[in-house]
Design a protein around this ligand. Sequence first.
Ligand code: HEC
Ligand code: HEC
Length: 350
Amino acid sequence: MIPQAKIRGGLRILAAACAVAAGVVLGGLAAAPEPFDWRLPPGVAPPPVPADNPMSAAKVELGRRLFYDADLSIDGAISCATCHEQHHGFTDSNRTRPGVHGTPGRRNIMSLAGVGYLSPLTWADPRAATLEQQMLIPVLGESPVEMGMKGQEAELARRLAKDACYRRMFAEAFPDDRGEIGMATVAKALAAFQRTMLAFDTPYDRSRAGDWSGMDAAAQYGWALFNSERLKCATCHSGPAFSDSAYHALAGQAAADDTGLAEISGRAGDLARFRTPGLRNVAVSGPYLHDGAADTLAAAIRRHFAATDPNAPTAAEITDLSAFLRSLTDAGFLKDPRFALPQTACGEPL
Ligand code: HEC
Ligand code: HEC
């Protein structure tokens, strides 16, 4: 005969085992990441995502709020969006722009449409391999100072943690990190938001799908020139964001005080080499080139060629190339509320 106490104990163990099993199943379900809806046209692959920063709607929403939050700068005056303005394709219309306390900018602000496809990031810093790493440059960087938070990482966490809604948003975005608020989670959320900046609803992309109504003759001829053996634009401006993510020195570059990649690599061969910029929304993201010295698409194209280059495009060809570049504008992207300053957070107006 089995003593009562032992049966009860056994049942208790059984019940506990069931609860554990149920917990494993439920936990397993909760942990399985929901497939992220990239809202991409058919045939377009989403940008690569690091294994330790999977996409989620909660993370993207948090990243968007952070992108527009001036608390990320030392004096509370500058957010990412101050320099990266949506209606300019997430750049601004200045050659350079100062950071906090009026510290002058050095290089032209880069646009962010399709930035998730690019690595390394920025004009000439190969250390910024991922969006998670790149974000430390504006926030903590000292040459130039942009947001001025160097040494103030704890202060940033303190500012954000003061806000009950931020605490909730971090908890929802980072359940595995117990909602930790710190530079690492801020960087991950900002990166996830920027990976959603996709701008494929353009006359050019529609023409790929067989609808040529948005591409006039000039744009079509420009597309042919862009791919031509003579001009070779597409060898460097390749891939979904029209960049090979490699460094090149342009033949028509003005004698520069900016040494480009050589500044970091120390190699003479890297002098004035800059990473090929993406071209999506390029028509609204001027002025152009790393120094912002080209005010028009035509001027930017001319700077690719030495004055004596017999293969340089003629004025008429530059007009057609520019028409093609204008067909890379996604007008909806420039005012899509999913990328705009959020109006609410946690159901309350901000
Ligand atoms: C003061 C203006 C300013 C602020 C503020 C700023 N940026 Fe930038 N951003 C720039 C400039 C200038 C560059 C190009 C820098 C370089 O290459 O030297 C750039 C480059 C980038 C790039 C690289 C794009 C590419 O094609 O490689 C990304 C991504 C980016 N910024 C994201 C951010 C994020 C996220 C924030 C907020 C945390 C931010 N930026 C804040 C001016 C700014
Ligand atoms: C050898 C590689 C290469 C080729 C070929 C090339 N580009 Fe570029 N392109 C670059 C690089 C690198 C930059 C940035 C240079 C800088 O800032 O100094 C650039 C910049 C640009 C810009 C300015 C974008 C911005 O946001 O500032 C435009 C527009 C452009 N290229 C269009 C073209 C066209 C059109 C062609 C063909 C006529 C072409 N490119 C051929 C590498 C290339």
